[in-house]
Write a protein that binds this ligand. Structure first.
Ligand code: ADP
Ligand code: MG
Length: 698
């Protein structure tokens, strides 16, 4: 058997392969493009294309595809084979630099939010040389950006790359001010922790709700859920272990640094965390990870549920976005350094993040907004929909000392003079255990915990990178012109703490009293649902910030707002329609059938002996008859709200109607059906129960 170091990255056209297959000149030039973003010339592209093709063919590939991330949230690919006819009637395998750099998929089937209509009908894909090409099956996959001919981004990679370059530009300005003249670039890195559920294929197939919507729309509470925490600490079940083993192998072959895997809080829930890497690569890798999880699960007779809330009353799944910024030399800018100067620089970057998160709370909330994630945020399991920052007691005390010009009551009780004193190393604070903060400082990085499990991590990082770039820009503008650098720096850090300390909260984010305090006394935003937050994407301050850094154009923002709301509406409408069908064609008939059977039994007993009371049967018949009527009534009401949606003037109005009426009626229908489930004999119920699903995988 091959050892992991032998096969790690074996399906990737990575640095090792490039070095081995490219001439020194071509390699050097490509490396410069990758590391410093210098433009690529066509001669180099041709040489890379040839090497890439030869390598891919030697690995058994016959096709190539420009692999990209349209706004649907999943990845897309269109396969072309390498073959080209040769004059002798045979074929040769061909792939040019032009084909490597640019592709032209038919863009019409991807959402554009009106962009294509306004600009140009076709789109094109452009190679992202900073993310390695890899092989999937028999296809060479080339990570690409996807744009319209007018240059408008139709995908998530383009704005992500733009946000990384905005952050790079502003962070370098700050580093130069601190005398760092050697750093060539600054990049953000991410380690996304991915949660998911596993259920058996057999049970999944019996549930139209899971098949059509990825979540259960009905299901009574099981007698045992996650109360005992026994799943979290329990051993990994053999079938799950076999799945994880194969998953790791596949991910490692693709150069994905899958590192830890464990059970999560809910039964049947698990987590996979990779080692962090550059943000655009981490984004590509997370998309691949989600795809491969589903593929491997299928091989094991399982289904991997990536929905944020597959089961009501049971913890949902999120994705923790561990984020930091570092120089090309490997200096983590969110890590307190060893010298006073480094510490002052650390505090400035820390303040930039605090200011960014406070000024753009709405953008962070928007970046994780989907119909699925609305079920998590604000329920007592995930962070609330209110954005706040956790710093931990130690760092908090340092900031307080700076704010008030008082001695820092740390180990040595010294006055915190910026640029003079050495800060202690901040370990992850012990109080971070509760994990209720949406945005927590964890020693040398921030953990943004509001992402849903199925979200692409691109959106959150686009907003994070851009908002921090904006803080840094404001700082750099001020500091570059300052006469007394140290005084200006101190003043600015102090001002940031004073102006933005209301976003810092170290208590329990799940507590109702926090929401009251956050919204009433602190004035923080609380956008509970997607229709609540999404329109604010177009608020002037947000548009100004994002366009000024070149991350989005105004038209792109408008189109994204439309697409996100459209997705929300479509998702809920499919769910509602699935509920109607399930209730009408399976649940009501099952309840009715069982009721009739019980009634028949009672009648038969009475016929034998009229003195028998049959109170059990009569009780069941009465309750279930009433419930069937209620179900029928609720189905009608839900259908009415769906019809009413057609009256909506636009997608914004429609999403608000969905939030205010469709979702409410769905909830009412569900309550009636779930109650019927608890009263109906199991052999009559048309679906596997929550207990069956959650404890099905051994
Ligand atoms: P946990 O949060 O589960 O306690 P860790 O803090 O060890 O675990 O790491 C969680 C994730 O954070 C991992 O994916 C890890 O690679 C990532 N991570 C660690 N350091 C950084 C960093 N400097 N930047 C971004 N991600 C990081
Ligand atoms: Mg974590």
């Amino acid at each position: 058997m091959k050892t992991v170091p032998k096969y790690f990255g074996s399906l990737v056209f990575d640095d090792r392969v490039m070095k081995a297959t490219l001439s020194a000149k071509v390699y050097g030039s490509l490396k410069k493009t990758i590391d410093e973003g210098t433009p690529l010339d066509i001669g180099v592209a041709n040489a890379v294309a040839t090497a890439m093709k030869d390598w891919a063919i030697s690995m058994g590939a016959t096709h190539y595809t420009h692999w990209f991330q349209p706004l649907t949230g999943i990845t897309a690919e269109k396969h072309d084979s390498f073959i080209a006819p040769s004059p002798d009637g045979g074929v040769i395998m061909e792939f040019s630099g032009k084909e490597l750099i640019k592709g032209e998929p038919d863009a019409s089937s991807f959402p554009s939010g009106g962009l294509r209509a306004t600009f140009e009908a076709r789109g094109y894909t452009a190679w992202d040389p900073t993310s390695y090409a890899f092989i999937k099956g028999r296809t060479l996959c080339i990570p690409t950006a996807f744009c319209s001919y007018g240059g408008e981004a139709l995908d998530k990679k383009t704005p992500l790359l733009r946000s990384m370059s905005a952050l790079n530009k502003q962070a370098l300005r700050i580093l130069r001010l601190f005398g760092n003249n050697t750093a060539k670039c600054v990049r953000s890195s991410v380690g996304p922790e991915q949660e998911y559920f596993l259920v058996t294929r057999e049970m999944y197939d019996q549930r139209p709700d899971l098949r059509f919507t990825g979540r259960t729309l009905f299901g009574a509470k099981p007698p045992k859920g996650q109360e005992m925490d026994d799943h979290y600490f329990g051993v990994i079940k053999p079938r799950v272990a076999a799945f994880m083993e194969e998953l790791n192998e596949e991910l490692w072959k693709l150069g994905i640094l899958a590192k830890t895997e464990h059970n999560e809080v809910a039964p049947a829930q698990h987590e996979l965390a990779p080692i962090y890497t550059t943000t655009n690569i981490a984004t590509d890798h997370n998309q691949l990870t989600m795809e491969i999880m589903q593929k491997i699960a299928a091989k094991h007779g399982l289904v991997c549920l990536l929905h944020e809330k597959p089961f009501a009353g049971v913890n949902g799944s999120g994705k923790h976005n561990n984020w930091s910024i570092a120089t090309d030399a490997g200096q983590n800018l969110l890590s307190p350094g060893d010298t006073p100067y480094e510490n002052a620089q650390f505090l400035l970057f820390l303040c930039a993040v605090i200011k960014a998160v406070d000024d753009y709370q709405d953008l962070l909330r928007i970046s994780v907004a989907t119909a699925g994630n609305d079920h998590r945020l604000g329920a007592n399991e995930a962070p609330p929909a209110v954005v706040s920052i956790f710093l931990g007691d130690e760092l908090n005390a340092v900031l307080q000392a700076i704010e008030t010009d008082t001695p820092y009551a740390g180990a040595e009780k010294t006055q915190m003079k910026l640029g003079v004193d050495v800060l202690p190393k901040f370990n992850r604070d012990a109080t971070d255990r509760n994990r209720t903060s949406p945005f927590a400082f964890t020693g040398n990085k921030f953990e943004f915990r509001m992402l849903g499990s199925s979200n692409s991590i691109a959106c959150a990082n686009i907003m994070l990178n851009s908002a921090v770039a904006e803080s840094l820009k404001i700082y750099a503008d001020r500091l570059e012109g300052a006469e007394d650098f140290a005084a200006a720096l101190h003043g600015m850090i102090q001002k940031t703490i004073r102006d933005h300390k209301h976003i810092i909260f170290n208590g329990n984010g799940y507590d109702d009293s926090w929401i009251k305090e956050a919204t009433e006394s602190r004035g923080l935003l609380n956008y509970r649902t997607t229709p609540d937050c999404m329109p604010h994407l177009l608020d002037k301050k947000n548009v100004d910030m994002l366009t000024s850094h070149g991350v989005y154009s105004q038209a792109e923002l408008r189109s994204r707002c439309d697409i996100m709301l459209e997705n929300y509406c479509k998702t809920v409408i499919i769910e509602a329609s699935t509920m109607v069908t399930m209730a009408k064609t399976q649940i009501a008939p099952a309840v009715e059938g069982y009721t009739a059977e019980v009634a028949k039994g009672a009648a038969a007993k009475k016929a034998l002996d009229t003195s028998l009371a049959c109170s059990y049967e009569l009780g069941v018949v009465k309750k279930l008859s009433a419930l069937t009527d209620r179900i029928a009534g609720k189905v009608e009401e839900l259908e009415d709200t769906l019809l009413y949606l057609q009256k909506a003037e636009d997608v914004m109005a429609q999403s608000a109607m969905i939030r205010d009426s469709v979702l409410v009626k769905m909830g009412e229908l569900r309550v009636a059906c779930d109650e019927a489930e608890t009263l109906t004999a199991k052999n009559w119920w048309p679906y596997p129960s929550y207990a069956d699903l959650l404890f099905s995988v051994q």
